[in-house]
Ligand binder design. Structure first.
Ligand SMILES: NC(=O)NCCC(=O)O
Ligand SMILES: [Zn+2]
Ligand SMILES: [Zn+2]
Length: 449
């Protein structure tokens, strides 16, 4: 078999810490050289992609998706799912299967919700195994009480979902998760940060030196919860997810500012798609609407448009929040999340000037609705390269099902655990040295008669 060889010519290579005008030469899926005017020999058998006036960026890493996910009485439209398991299986998943993160739920009462005692035990064990504890932070008990009250008042539509999942519900659980994680010195990754209050909790915790990461999602940065009051039931229901999109329209901008400042760390999508017929399982009761929406296809464009094109972040921060930080937190760096010699050739050629309009009519996802419908985005992928293979170029896909490769992730990512280790060494409580108490001790009270 001839070697698979690829040259990306004339682009601007953007990593999280610098940008350089350079060509990128790839052999057998791995970057071999990054530099000006590369001329690899022999020229035969070499695929050349022109990246003049384009950015050459590391392939995006979506930190949070649900594919082929059985949930709330139905299964997501998009497929492929790896689930979380119970405690006995955690060790084997980490040591034998290359899993280094576990998601725990404080919401979904009577389904997934963990008590504080269970969360304490789970986070303690995550820490012992050297993994990242991901937490869905919402107070499931409060949601349940709120929902009962709203249904009794005759509020059965999707607005009831937003009202029952109030901002307090997310903020309280975020604060509690941070407190529990900090108590057991376990690194915490708060998934789908949707509200200002929750984001502030994470920002404060980071300012206090706690090892906490926050993940806003594409939908939370690109649209808002005013959609829950739309008079078209299907439109409103399509936006139902937990925690809900914020009903305060200034929240997406607020979250993007925190992301630009490194108060929040990475962008996921929580892609979890259900079509209108599936959503209709909750047509008479908002608590039965399957929770979830799209994002996986549009994440990079939404972040470019709302983050870079808006002037909040530069191209390097864009790379940090769409791939590099995720690769560091989940121990994939620098194999993933960087374009450098020895890195996997997962690369996107990105046209920062081109625009596209997002629509369910033209998207490639299986769902019939897109929460970013009509959004004009600057920043368009021209080509996508997966382990050296051009899988998308100028509108044409060259992929087959099953081509993706599972990436094993070792525990104890140094980016996270070096800090954890240091905190543990320095922050050990030390008993106060004092003379023993020599005074009177009252008699042990006798048992009541
Ligand atoms: N977020 C959501 O509504 N659906 C997916 C499941 C989850 O992440 O909680
Ligand atoms: Zn969740
Ligand atoms: Zn999720």
């Amino acid at each position: 078999m001839p070697k698979q060889r690829l040259l990306i010519k004339g682009g601007r290579v953007v990593n999280d810490d610098q940008s350089v005008e350079a060509d990128v030469y790839v052999e057998e899926g791995v970057v071999q050289e990054v530099g000006p005017n590369l001329n690899p020999k022999p020229p035969s058998g070499l695929t050349v992609l022109d990246a003049t006036n384009k950015l050459v960026i590391p392939g995006g890493i979506d930190t949070h998706t649900h594919l082929q996910f059985p949930f709330m009485g139905t299964t997501t439209k998009d497929d492929f799912y790896t689930g979380t398991k119970v405690k006995e299986e955690m060790k084997s998943l980490v040591q034998d299967k290359g899993v280094n993160s576990f998601k725990m739920f404080m919401a979904y009462k009577d389904l997934y919700m963990l008590s504080d005692e269970e969360l304490y035990a789970a986070l303690s064990y995550c820490k012992e195994l050297g993994t990242i504890a991901q937490v869905h932070a919402e107070n499931g008990e409060l949601i349940s009480q709120n929902a009962k009250k709203l249904l009794a008042m005759g509020i059965t539509g999707p607005e009831g979902h937003a009202l029952s999942h109030s901002e307090d519900v997310e903020a309280e659980a975020t604060h509690r998760a941070i407190a529990i994680a900090n108590t057991v010195n376990c690194p915490l990754f708060v998934v789908h940060v949707m509200s200002k209050s929750s984001a502030r909790m994470i920002t404060n915790a980071r300012n206090e030196g706690k090892v906490v990461y926050g993940e806003p999602i594409a939908a939370g940065l690109g649209t808002d919860g005013t959609n829950y009051w739309n008079e078209d039931w299907a439109h409103a229901a399509a936006h139902v997810m937990s925690p809900p999109l914020s009903s305060d329209p200034s929240t997406p901008d607020f979250l993007m500012n925190l992301l630009a400042n490194d108060d929040l760390s990475v962008v996921g999508t929580d892609n979890c798609t259900f079509d209108t017929c599936q959503k209709a399982l909750g047509k008479d009761d908002f608590t039965k609407i399957p929770n979830g929406l799209n994002g996986v296809e549009d994440r990079m464009s939404v972040v470019w448009e709302k983050g870079v094109y808006s002037g909040k972040m530069d191209e390097n921060r864009f790379v940090a929040v769409t791939s590099t930080n995720a690769a560091k937190i989940f121990n994939l760096y620098p194999k993933k999340g960087r374009i450098a010699v020895g890195s996997d050739a997962d690369i996107v050629i990105w046209d920062p000037e081109a625009t596209r309009t997002i629509s369910a009519k033209t998207h490639h996802q299986a769902n019939n609705f897109n929460v970013f419908e009509g959004m004009v985005c600057h920043g368009v992928p021209v080509a996508t390269i997966s382990r050296g293979k051009v899988v998308y170029h100028d509108g044409v896909f060259n992929v087959t099902a099953g081509q993706g490769k599972y990436v094993s992730r070792p525990p104890f990512p140094p980016y996270v655990y070096e800090r954890v280790k240091q905190r543990e060494e320095v922050c050990q409580p030390i008993p106060v040295k004092r003379e023993p108490y020599a005074g009177v001790v009252s008699a042990t009270p006798s048992a009541p008669r």
